[in-house]
Design a protein around this ligand. Structure first.
Ligand code: INI
Length: 203
């Protein structure tokens, strides 16, 4: 048997999508800087004109899950990182937005099999938010680390499943399509096959 653990090295082939909420952009733009800094220092080219990171801005946290799921479904990314800030006000609005974004991000990852990182601050006031977005520490860095770790971990798990169930193995042929795609998407996801045939990245 084996122990699987995500690595923070050999991240160079990975591709990431970042979904960032404009609401409270004083905070989210700082989270983005921390996230980019971490990715860069792990060998990722964060240039928006490059081939490794795409950036998608949405109005606020409520819109993040829809977009994160859609990005994950393209099968182009090793992880999707969601950055947002929900700050408690004097109305129950905070509770609705915080509940939907947390549930929605979890569902996006679970439904697509792509790691979707919950990089959303849920805090009582702007002071708490800024403390976590650069004044004391920058949680954007930690969110990027989670993405690197999960991208690596999922590759290892899929690689081991693919080795155990190669596409021409009799047992693999008998598995339902949804199970095949979950254990070894590289052998069954048409999007990825098309993208690779077109010369796009193969992780
Ligand atoms: N969006 C946030 O990202 N953070 C918040 O704190 C916030 N509050 O508190 O209102 C917020 N609201 C906007 C929401 O995410 C949607 O963009 C909006 O409701 C339109 O659907």
């Amino acid at each position: 048997m084996a122990v699987f653990e995500g690595r923070f090295t050999q991240a160079e082939p990975f591709r990431f999508a970042l979904v960032i909420g404009r609401f409270n952009d004083l905070v989210t733009s700082k989270l983005l800087e921390g996230c980019q800094d971490c990715l860069k220092r792990h060998g990722i080219d964060t240039d928006p004109q490059g081939h490794q990171v795409d950036y998608v801005w949405v109005p606020g946290c409520f819109e993040i899950p829809l977009v994160a799921r859609q990005l994950a479904l393209t099968n182009r990314y090793d992880a999707v990182i969601c950055l947002g800030a929900v700050i408690r006000g004097n109305t129950p609005h905070f509770d609705y937005v915080a509940a939907e974004v947390s549930k929605g991000i979890a569902a996006a990852g679970f439904q697509t099999g792509v790691p979707v990182v919950f990089g959303v601050l849920t805090v009582d006031n702007m002071q708490q938010a800024l403390e976590r977005a650069g004044i004391k520490s920058n949680k954007g860095w930690d969110f990027a680390m989670s993405a690197l770790e999960m991208a690596s971990l999922m590759h290892q798990i899929r690689g081991s499943a693919a080795a155990a169930y190669p596409p021409n193995a009799a047992v693999h042929q008998t598995l339902p399509a949804a199970v095949k795609s979950a254990i070894a998407p590289e052998f069954s996801a048409p999007d990825r096959q098309v993208a690779e045939a077109d010369g796009e990245k193969s992780p």
